[in-house]
Design a protein around this ligand. Structure first.
Ligand code: COA
Length: 160
């Protein structure tokens, strides 16, 4: 059984992430979408909220598992028995950071391969910060996120 992990902050998950998961799930037996608990970022959503949005948006994908991890991505990959790490490449600007991360992860664990997938070009300029900004200013962003994310962003702004 060929398992891969797709790590990220997912603050929140976007249709660009879902596009990557869909591509990976046709190539591998199991895709574990895993939320990083300790990124250097300060997420808007808690880990539980990010997990809930991921569960809801992936609920119709039978070979997709959602979990979270604390620590090194390579250690988590080994714990779950993954053969590789999926990362998305949207534009050239992603390349340097991803290249550095892939090589460091390979240095840490030679048996794990990073696999890069490109999402549909309509998601090239998309990221979670843009979505959070659009939501903050009540602009239109419904083409870029699943309905659960719209709901959760509305709940967040109502609490402010
Ligand atoms: N569609 C839309 N947006 C996408 C995307 C896609 N397909 N792929 C990435 N993005 C966006 C994300 O929304 C995020 O946007 P934001 O910065 O505005 O929030 C940005 O691109 C980067 O996202 P992400 O893929 O979540 O990477 P990250 O840099 O936040 O975290 C980890 C990457 C979790 C894999 C990395 O920090 C990690 O491995 N942490 C564990 C510690 C570790 O192992 N360190 C050693 C690594 S060498």
């Amino acid at each position: 059984m060929k398992k891969v992990i797709y790590p990220g902050t997912f603050d929140p998950v976007t249709n660009g992430h879902i596009d990557i998961v869909e591509r990976a799930s046709t190539l591998f037996d199991e895709v574990i979408v895993t939320v990083a608990k300790n990124p250097s970022k300060k997420p808007l959503f808690t880990v539980d909220e990010r997990l809930e949005m991921l569960h809801e948006s992936m609920k119709n994908k039978p070979n997709v598992i959602i979990d979270s991890f604390d620590g090194l991505v390579v250690e988590h990959a080994k714990e779950v028995g993954a053969i590789g790490i999926i990362r998305g490449l949207r534009a050239i600007s992603d390349f340097e950071y991803e290249f550095q991360m892939a090589l460091m992860n390979r240095k840490l664990s030679d048996e794990l391969t990073t696999i890069f997938l490109m999402p549909h070009e309509k998601y090239t300029y998309l990221n979670s910060t843009i979505i959070r900004n659009l939501a903050q200013f009540e602009a239109e962003y419904s083409d870029f996120v699943p309905p659960i994310v719209i709901q959760k962003l509305k709940e967040k702004s109502a609490k402010k």
